[in-house]
Design a protein around this ligand. Structure first.
Ligand SMILES: Nc1ncnc2c1ncn2[C@@H]1O[C@H](COP(=O)(O)OP(=O)(O)O)[C@@H](O)[C@H]1O
Ligand SMILES: [Mg+2]
Length: 449
């Protein structure tokens, strides 16, 4: 008998077996309704209930963990209500279609459901057949809209929620730059931070904005091979191959570029990234990761692994609202708030909220505030030279340098070449195997020479 708040049926990794089976999450406060719906959906061969939840927080947590195809959410959930839960699911799990259930009169509830981003609305009471057809419709719509990222291969250690609060592993420090709104300055900050850290540390910069990565442009580098080649060739844990694929960026930063085309992003799974980060931690003192705005399983994993999570926000209402949502997701994942670093970026010259207001909403003090400086930032982007190098005396550069100073204080032996984490494998530039991983992404060729 399913118990709201507890997982029913298949786990995330079992799900891979269910080719063509639609995985459904049910969220309703009533255990009786959950039971009835589970029983009804159990009669359909192409449907399986992968998780159930009795409140909004559990629904989000279970959804992040099990990545359902369709979430059936009751509007009247306790805690975070069904509308808020729908908003969160839509934002953080774009591949999950949401069906909102409500007792309310159709018009108003329908309007609210659609505004929240639900794909279907069902007014209670409804028949089992109606729900089954709605689930199939929503799933079919999702399939047409775009193929979700490739499911990671089964990995017992890779349960997204299982070790969220775990202590970061040893070796080089991972700094993951996140932001829940496009254009808040994640990539600009990641690139300049990496260059600044590079003054005293060995730094790897990873562009994990896998579909539309901008790091290559910001640093004016061209990478023939990228993280997608490493993933497709299962070479993420091979030091020499990784070094061969990485390119030299400004200020001595070593860069692993994003795939050259959006569809290649699907080659990269959370398992690849875990192995890659583990391997980079042995070679570098600091690993700076830029992420995509949309919070995928991959960025959540990078958040979980991070020693520090740099949450970038601008001072707009939407930016702050989204930063708050991001914070909530991290809370649900039990990420230790001590790992948050709030970066307030004035990327708009006018109409901005007060910093104190933002800090109040986020209940977090900003660690750093980067001023609005379109000349410095825009010129740097246009030339492909980080302003940390071209205009090191600008306020923007000084603030980022201050942030780098704070972050690098956690790095053992910084400033001493070969010290600290780098001592473990202090020769990223030593003899590298030249490998034949080219543009062929069949994934068949072994990555060795
Ligand atoms: N402090 C700043 N002052 C002026 N413009 C900025 C500042 N920070 C960012 N920008 C502008 O915002 C744009 C978006 O930054 P970017 O780093 O690409 O955002 P994200 O990676 O979050 O989508 C940049 O192209 C730049 O023009
Ligand atoms: Mg970006």
């Amino acid at each position: 008998m399913p118990d709201p708040g507890h997982t029913a049926g298949a786990s995330h990794s079992d799900a891979a077996e269910g080719d063509g089976v639609i995985r459904v999450l049910l969220a309703d406060e009533s255990t009786r309704i959950i039971e009835n719906l589970t029983k009804r959906l159990g009669q359909e061969e192409d449907l399986t209930v992968c998780a159930v939840a009795g409140d909004g927080d559990t629904a989000l947590q279970e959804a992040l963990r099990t990545q359902p195809d369709v979430a059936v959410v009751d509007a009247g959930l306790p805690g975070m209500d069904g509308i808020q839960t729908t908003e969160m699911l839509v934002q953080y799990l774009p591949n999950t279609g949401v069906i909102l259930l409500s007792m309310e009169a159709e018009n108003e509830a329908f309007r609210r459901a659609m505004l929240a981003g639900a794909r279907e609305f069902l007014q209670k009471p409804f028949s089992g057949d109606e729900l089954v057809s709605a689930i199939r419709r929503v799933h079919a719509y999702g399939q047409r809209k775009g193929t979700p990222a490739a499911s990671p291969a089964a990995d017992p250690g890779a349960d997204a929620g299982a070790d969220a609060g775990a202590a970061p592993s040893r070796g080089g420090k991972l700094f993951t730059v996140v932001g829940a709104k496009g254009g808040v300055g994640k990539s600009v900050i990641a690139a300049n931070l990496a260059v600044s850290l590079g003054r005293t540390c060995r730094v790897a910069l990873l562009d994990c904005s896998l579909q539309f990565g901008d790091i290559g442009i910001l640093l004016n580098i061209t990478a023939e091979r990228t993280i997608a080649d490493l993933a497709a060739n299962n070479a993420v844990a091979d030091h020499d191959v990784v070094e061969d694929v990485m390119v030299d960026g400004p200020g001595g930063v070593r860069v692993l570029a994003a795939p050259i085309s959006p569809e290649l992003a699907d080659y990269v799974t959370t398992q690849h990234l875990r192995a890659l980060i583990e391997q980079l931690r042995r070679t570098y003192d600091c690993i700076v990761v830029d992420t995509a705005t949309h919070l995928s399983e991959i960025s959540l994993d990078l958040v979980e692994m991070a020693d520090k999570i740099l949450v970038v926000t601008d001072l707009s209402t939407t930016g702050v609202k989204n930063a708050r949502l991001l914070q909530t997701v991290m809370g649900v994942l039990k990420v230790d708030p001590a790992r948050f670093v709030l970066v307030v970026n004035h990327r708009d010259g006018a109409g901005e909220l007060e910093r104190s207001y933002v800090e109040n909403v986020l209940k977090t003090e900003a660690t750093v505030e980067i001023p609005y400086d379109p000349n410095v930032v825009a010129t740097s982007i246009a030339r492909g030279v980080p302003f940390l190098l071209s205009q090191p005396q600008s306020q923007a550069a000084l603030r980022i340098a201050g942030l780098a100073g704070l972050l690098s204080s956690a790095v053992p032996g910084r400033g001493h070449p070969g010290a600290g984490a780098a001592m473990l494998d202090a020769a990223p530039h030593k003899r590298r195997r030249r490998l034949s991983i080219g543009r062929n992404r069949s994934g068949q060729a072994p990555a060795s020479d």
